[in-house]
Ligand binder design. Sequence first.
Ligand SMILES: Nc1ncnc2c1ncn2[C@@H]1O[C@H](COP(=O)(O)OP(=O)(O)OP(=O)(O)O)[C@@H](O)[C@H]1O
Ligand SMILES: [Mg+2]
Length: 349
Amino acid sequence: MFGKKKENLNSFAVDFGAHTIKVVRLKDVDKNPALVTFGSIETPYGVLGSENEDHKRTLAESLKSLVHDLGIQTTNASISLPDSSIFSKVIRIPAQKEADLEEAVFWATKKNIPISPDEVQVDWSIVNKLETSSDGVTQYDVLLVAAPKLLINRYVDILKLAGFTPVLIETESLSLVRSLSYKNDTSPSLIMDFGYNGIETVVAYKETLLFPQTIAIGSSVLTKAIAQGFNLEEVQAEEYKKSYGLDPAQLEGKIYRTLLPIMESIVNEIRRTFNAYKATNISDTPTKIILVGNGSMLPGLVLYLAQNLNMEVEVGNPYSKIYMDPSLKNKLPAPLPGYAVALGLALKV
Ligand SMILES: Nc1ncnc2c1ncn2[C@@H]1O[C@H](COP(=O)(O)OP(=O)(O)OP(=O)(O)O)[C@@H](O)[C@H]1O
Ligand SMILES: [Mg+2]
């Protein structure tokens, strides 16, 4: 959305999740990105989406203490913003030449974005260039991103209160594509970031974002269903979710059956996402689902989705583009799929 990092090609990325704040520090981002450190801290309850100054300070304090504990020394920070709060859409625009696009996009923005132009910061990039027709007009698929200035300012304030200068802001979906899509992809994939509040889905191909969409059912809904179904405290319900998940063989399938209606809604939403993507005619249909986010560690999730959507499903490895010194492996906790956004953001050169 803005900025380019230039801090000796080290980077520091922050992902303010609804459940946990995650940070990643990398070095040598331009040639051989290597992990320096990473970590997370629970997000204080009820303060993330708030304009209240005390709430912003509470978040800033959490970030500061995490950074302090990890021994990270930098003043520059990048952040990813949740797609659920941002308008982003791929639109098809005819243009004579690439140079004409700027103006064409300007008019398309006015037509497509349901918010006043004064209230949003707009960014765009070419996703796809279609065959030139006989009259010399090329069609471009353009990703339009319009982020409310209020939202950007809120995150900028929090970073500043924590003592950082924001150097780069982008959407979570762009960060996900950077960590989990590859130049040598043979077909598009659907990346799914299963978080606390929702599931960020994005169709990606050869490191290009093709189609972002949010599903408003997150892992917290699963916990609440267990808590209600068995009259448990959420802390206890959370443990049941993590231990038994969608395994029908556990506890006579009681947890599995409680979670089933929610999983069916999620599968329906994924199907709707596929259909909406197909209707855009941007590229081939994804052949694979790549799961990340801490919610993706739900026991039985991979098998459940593979059987119900009849396609290949795997838990993604967002560390695959990052070198990790063997000595670090003993010092740091095991890497988790919840860091996909922060890692992708940190990889931006
Ligand atoms: N082992 C596990 N099995 C199942 N679920 C898990 C496991 N570990 C964590 N979770 C769930 O993952 C969710 C948090 O995921 P994550 O940290 O990716 O979310 P977030 O980034 O903070 O939230 P959001 O992306 O919605 O802002 C919680 O609901 C938690 O219960
Ligand atoms: Mg998240």
